[in-house]
Design a protein around this ligand. Structure first.
Ligand code: 5GP
Length: 186
């Protein structure tokens, strides 16, 4: 086995071992492709890109840097998993939008779609504001965990049903600042 590079080494959170799943290079390459696709699909439109805080902030930032048409941005904030690795199955809105999205083209940006509960909740809320269109971009999707019938238009990577951290994704609010995405190793 070749020795892993420094930023790809396994990391430990207490006794739990996390190993690299997606490198910085793989993520950046894919985000660039998604930005290019969105720019093409929304040419001639002025979309509002809505990030779901906190997890989406790094993906959202890199994504908009790779979008070469005019766009506006705004954020929703939802309650998180707390310090746990398992969703409480309960979503609460903590921060509302500032923008008026009536008749606007909306792109929702998520870090990860697990059961689909958060996206389902946000989509219903956005629909109630009568936008012109809604699409969803998620860096990660866990297809085996999906419980809600949600359509993800722009998917970065499909990943196994395992807990991941890094690149915006936290474990008890930490590790969001890692460039690599790590997965809990069994
Ligand atoms: P869903 O509502 O689709 O079940 O879960 C979506 C939210 O749960 C994500 O925005 C994220 O905050 C959190 N989440 C789901 N899976 C993971 C994971 O593997 N790692 C981390 N850190 N958060 C996750």
């Amino acid at each position: 086995m070749p020795k892993l590079k420094k930023n790809e080494d396994a990391i430990f959170v207490g006794s739990e071992k996390f190993i690299p799943l997606l490198t910085k290079e793989q993520i950046q390459k894919r985000v660039k492709e998604l930005g290019k696709q969105i720019s093409k699909d929304y040419k001639g439109k002025l979309p509002i890109i809505i990030g779901i805080l906190n997890g989406s902030f790094i993906f959202m930032s890199d994504l908009v840097k790779n979008i070469n048409i005019n766009c506006e941005i705004d954020f929703f904030k939802l309650s998180s998993y707390g310090d746990s690795k398992i969703s409480s199955g309960d979503v609460k809105l903590i921060k509302e939008l500032n923008a008026d999205i009536n008749d606007r083209h909306i792109i929702i940006v998520e870090d990860i779609v697990d059961t689909g509960l958060s996206i389902d909740f946000i989509e219903k809320l956005i629909k109630s504001y009568n936008p012109a269109s809604i699409s969803v971009a998620s860096l990660l999707v866990k297809p085996d965990s999906l419980k809600y019938n949600v359509k993800i238009n722009y998917i970065g990577f499909e990943i196994p049903d395992k807990f991941v951290i890094g690149y915006g994704l936290d474990y008890a609010q930490k590790y969001r600042n890692l460039n690599t995405i790590y997965v809990l190793s069994e």
